[in-house]
Design a protein around this ligand. Structure first.
Ligand code: LLP
Length: 416
């Protein structure tokens, strides 16, 4: 099921015409489909059947409060990587008891806040972090629930910037050291071992790496049991890919089946941390063509969205669909590089795209619901776009467009 369709040649998100949203809220503008978010979350949740499990949405993929609230209402847990994400989850109605905290650089104040809020688990990524957490929990007179994030040394076959489970990556504790670190954790007065975690990368389009990583984790679980360390849960991370162009990622049910096959009948509660597979296909970025600029070498379509609004093409060379908002244009078709106003040649959203457009037309960048707004910046002093949630025939502004004065409100010229 897609949230996008053309009705009378007009692009719609659910039952709302994108052109109407652009007229009402301006461009650039992110638009999300509530139904699509819910359907993707439910497909993952349902794939577990009767198996005890918890789907912990990776907040970094799209941390808008309305998105988090839609998921909290479904009973989702959350995977966070900062205290800021924790505050967002709590503000959106999420339950701290279903929050897992990942990341290699947790500060003491972040640990303190997460302990006070009563999160479900810290996914610990180094011995130094474990020691600090033991100390911080001791100061609060508490025990910190932990899983060690192990690095299973599995090649996820994805872009090097988003592969995280190989030994040359900064993430996790090496598979070979995990047993020793668990033994160390077991002696710490303010640490309670509750699980094990791994996450091998993102935009993964085959099931084998998931299966292999799960099998490696299972071997550790068995070795820990032999040493008298029992775990309650196994967290297999996120990473399921989506189709941007012609990729054929497995359906959510096959992803979960691969994890369960790798883990055998371990009897543990399973946690997953999907981000992209819930949010990406639920969002578009709507932009307006400012100028058409034919040059000797290329046709450029200069649009009002840029790399600061959607960074994936510039950062990873990522390909995302560029769709006309009005399908039956009489404009002549040509191959365009769709570029933004930012002063970098890397500021493009798509290259060599066949489009029939005129200045003033609207375009939609597809699959922009994950790692879109969340990675946006104010580069070139550009206010970040507004965000709108569509629900059937209704829409709601869920984040106002920034204003220029807001951008430097916290700055000061020198005194004296
Ligand atoms: N858990 C952990 C510990 C993670 O580091 C990540 C993503 C996830 C879960 C969620 O992974 P997902 O299901 O979304 O693949 N900015 C990049 C993606 C970076 C992913 C970072 N970690 C992009 O735009 O492609």
């Amino acid at each position: 099921m897609s949230c996008l369709s053309y009705r009378d040649a007009q692009l719609c998100v659910e039952d709302v015409a994108v052109a109407d949203l652009a007229a009402r809220f301006g461009t650039p503008c992110y638009v999300y489909s509530r139904a699509r978010i819910e359907a993707s979350w439910r497909a993952i949740d349902a794939a577990f059947g009767a198996q005890p499990h918890r789907v912990c949405y990776a907040v970094k993929a799209n941390s808008n409060l309305a998105v988090l609230n839609v998921l909290a209402r479904l009973g989702s847990g959350f995977d966070i990587v900062s205290v800021g994400e924790l505050e967002r989850v709590l503000a959106a109605g999420g339950d701290a008891a279903n929050v897992v905290f990942s990341g290699v650089g947790k500060r003491s104040d972040e640990m303190r806040r997460a302990l006070e809020a009563g999160i479900r688990c810290f996914n610990v990524e180094s011995v130094a972090e474990l020691e600090r957490l033991n100390q911080v929990a001791g100061e609060l007179g508490r025990k910190a629930p932990i899983a060690l994030r192990v690095n299973p040394d599995v090649d996820a076959g994805t872009h090097p910037y988003i592969a995280t489970g190989m030994k040359e990556n900064k993430f996790g504790i090496a598979h070979e050291q995990a047993l020793d670190v668990y033994a160390q954790a077991a002696t710490m007065a303010h640490i309670e071992i509750v699980g094990i975690a791994c996450h091998i990368g993102s935009q993964i389009t085959r099931t084998e790496p998931f299966h292999d990583a799960a099998a490696r984790v299972l071997a550790l679980v068995a070795a820990l049991r032999e040493r008298g360390i029992e775990l309650h849960h196994i967290d297999c991370g996120g990473g399921l890919g989506v189709c941007y162009e012609d990729e054929t990622p497995p359906p959510a049910a096959d992803w979960i089946a691969a994890l369960r096959a790798g883990l055998g009948d371990s009897g543990h509660e399973l946690i997953v941390e999907p981000g992209r597979s819930i949010a990406a296909t639920a969002g578009i970025l709507v932009t307006r063509v400012e100028y058409l600029k034919p040059t000797a070498a290329k046709h450029f379509a200069v649009v009002d969205a840029a790399m600061n609004d959607l960074m994936r093409p510039a950062l990873y060379g990522a390909w995302q669909r560029i769709l006309p908002v009005q399908e039956n244009s009489t404009a002549p078709a040509a191959l365009y590089d769709v570029v933004g106003p930012v002063c970098e040649s890397g500021d493009w959203l798509g290259k060599d795209r066949e489009l029939a457009i005129r200045a003033g037309d609207l375009l939609a960048i597809g699959e922009a619901g994950a790692y879109g707004f969340g990675m946006s910046s104010n580069y070139n002093t550009r206010p970040r776009p507004c965000e709108v949630m569509v629900d059937g025939a209704h829409c709601q502004l869920v984040r106002e467009r920034e204003t220029v004065t807001e951008l430097f409100a916290g700055e000061r010229v020198l005194g004296g």
